[in-house]
Design a protein around this ligand. Structure first.
Ligand SMILES: [Mn+2]
Length: 309
């Protein structure tokens, strides 16, 4: 069998990159030929984590060849996965998202658990398989947990994520709060990102009933600067819908400090957004206090509203 590719989702976030690296390290420690790959560019936050722990970024691939053995981490929806997945040989899924319509020819290993981060599951696998966790891998997995749980502030965060992060921080030799804030700050630096890049960086496609939507998220320490560009952002979102055939584009502008999101949107039906969040959605954005999680506080609400529309 050729080398197994372990990949996170398209437009990879820190969990998708770091869980792929961590799971590949675990597999290799068990004598399995596996390599982490990625389906898109590395974000500033992820780059900060990789640099800090001197880890190499996974190799970028465009698609999977037929029969290529593949393991999916941090996602399971084919629309978010590697092109060519249907013809590849899917071996395993390790994830913490909703199930999203995958069919397989053969029985496969699946570990899906509703915790805050895929890396939490993978750190647990190191423990139960009695594999040695290096400082580098511990740091990389820790970074994913900090990112996905927004340093434990996200409602997706569980006690298990926290406990795991504490253990990983002590192996990696970092102060959890200090390193965590520094990493989140690096990721929240918009720098020279254009509106088109902001909209595409951390974005995932979904189907809500018969509607095709793309839901993006950008997390910042202060939303003032980014919301000042709302018109440019909505223009970029209109373009994205036209180019890729989405009915709706939504962008969560998440304020890490305030623990809230401004949900910016374009497209139709706006009624779907109004119903999902119980707000007047006739404009181009709504304010959602306490909302930080796409997976738990945006996608299920839209899914449910679409079923009733
Ligand atoms: Mn994740």
């Amino acid at each position: 069998m050729s080398k197994i590719f372990i990949t996170g989702h398209k437009n990879p976030d820190t969990d998708s990159i770091c869980s792929a690296l961590g799971y590949a390290a675990l597999k290799r420690s068990q004598g399995v030929e596996a390599v982490a790959v990625r389906l898109g560019s590395i974000s500033k936050e992820t780059q900060y984590a990789l640099d800090f722990f001197q880890a190499e970024a996974p190799e970028l691939i465009q698609s999977a060849e037929a029969k290529q053995p593949v393991i999916l981490v941090d996602h399971n929806e084919p629309a978010q996965s590697v092109d060519g997945l249907a013809e590849a040989e899917l071996l395993e899924i390790v994830d913490h998202h909703r199930l999203g319509g995958l069919n397989t020819a053969n029985p496969i290993f699946v570990h899906i658990e509703p915790v805050g981060c895929t890396a939490t599951i993978i750190a647990g696998m190191f423990e139960c398989r009695k594999a040695e966790l290096s400082k580098k891998t511990a740091g990389v997995l820790l970074s994913a947990i900090i990112s996905d749980t927004v340093l434990f502030k996200s409602p997706t965060c569980t006690e298990k994520d926290k406990k795991t992060a504490e253990k990983l921080a002590s192996i990696a030799g970092v102060d959890l709060q200090e390193y965590g804030m520094a990493m989140l700050k690096a990721g929240a630096d918009l720098g020279d990102l254009t509106p088109a890049q902001i909209v595409r960086t951390d974005s995932k496609p979904f189907s809500f009933g018969s509607y095709k939507a793309i839901v993006s998220q950008i997390s910042v320490m202060d939303t003032t600067d980014i919301l000042a560009q709302k018109n440019e952002l909505t223009a970029a979102m209109q373009e994205l819908c036209a180019a890729e055939g989405y009915d709706l584009a939504l962008l969560m502008v998440t304020d890490i400090m305030e623990e809230s999101s401004e949900l910016v949107f374009v497209g139709e039906p706006k009624q779907l957004i109004a119903d999902a969040f119980g707000k007047d959605a006739s404009g181009d954005s709504i304010y959602l206090p306490g909302v930080m999680s796409r997976k738990k506080q945006i996608v299920p609400q839209l899914t449910e509203a679409a079923a009733k529309l």
